[in-house]
Design a protein around this ligand. Sequence first.
Ligand code: S3P
Length: 428
Amino acid sequence: MIFQRGALRGEIAVPGDKSISHRALFIAASTQAKVRVQNLNPGRDLDATIGALSSIGASAKRDGPDAEVQGGRLHAPEAPVNCLNSGTTARLIMGTCAGAGLHARLQGDESLSSRPMEPVAAQLRAFGSRVTTSGGALPLEIAGQLPAQTRHFILLSASAQIKSALLLAGVYSGTPVTLERCGGSRDHTERLLKSWNADIVFDADRVAMRSAHIEPRDTRIPGDLSAAAFFLVAAVVTPGSRLTIRDVGINPSRSGLLDALLQMGARIEIGNRREWDCEPVADLSAEFSALRGITIDSSLTVRAIDEIVILSVAAAVAQGQTRIAGISDLRGKESDRVAAIEQMLRSAGVATESDTNAIWITGGIPNAAGASVQTGGDHRTAMAAAALGALCGPLEIDDAACIDVSFPGFVPQWAAAQNADRTIAELR
Ligand code: S3P
């Protein structure tokens, strides 16, 4: 697949937030309430969650852009649960099985099978579960056990997936849970529990779920800032661009990319702010801007953890050097994203350097014409390459199919935004 050079213009909407979509299904499936989840993320990762929930006896079905979900008589899955490429599915079904007292075997694709599961396993063992991993990864086996009293955890890493697995274990077992040292990771689970009347208080570092009783009701998922990110950065770096993205989630625990781009000098407007089910939402407008390099510390990186690859494209044209710290976790995502950034930017002639915890990118005038990017099967690298291609392509990627993990329909939507000013006659 080849991404062409060219400005992005017009007004678009992006798919529903992937993180919130997983949570809405997992939490709703813990009760007998029938819940409609509007604007569920259409990607393959959500298919993994729908499959996982169905295999334990809950009912979760897509219905156009929405989903209907309802708990049921939960039972141990008969066959191993296939989590496909989805780390969130794997970690959250672990929390679910831990709380519901289910015995399950989990597996995933090659990429997921190389990702760390031991940090979640270790904390769920403290909850009373027996978890056996394969050298710290999938395939694994979990046997949940119902704990009786309040559980207090100190998180071993600033991971929203671990935090959410423990909260789900509490929800499914009816156990109050308190968590410390959350490290500012995304708080969608907490917000959704609050919107569904759980007795929960939280800040960036602590969560106290004082009662696990919830009353789920229909909910609407905001557009995914992690998906909007590719369009936003492409608009900011590509001359002639001006783009508006409607109804995007701007939860502060996720909006590090916006803060970083604004600090770099990007002309981004955040308008029409409102709230959907405890999640802040806005319309974002971006246009071509001259950028300067900045230093991004680890507290900002946590709030942009899935946007570092696309942020590196902005750094590639920013005047001076950009340093991004706190990147060690990026090596354990869908691919080694530090290696992916370096390969992608170097193919466009951009100088990068990295050590275990930081990367330095020296901005300039990238030229990716004729370059080719290895996605490593990672959807976010594939879409970041589209933005680099818009700026200085044409640029080829080896695999566009991986984009379906989070954003089926990305390629035609991208082409439409690049051709927004052309008439149908011109395109023929
Ligand atoms: C996610 C949390 C993040 C992120 C991942 C989705 C989630 O990982 O990288 O893509 O939905 O909870 P951490 O668990 O490392 O925070």
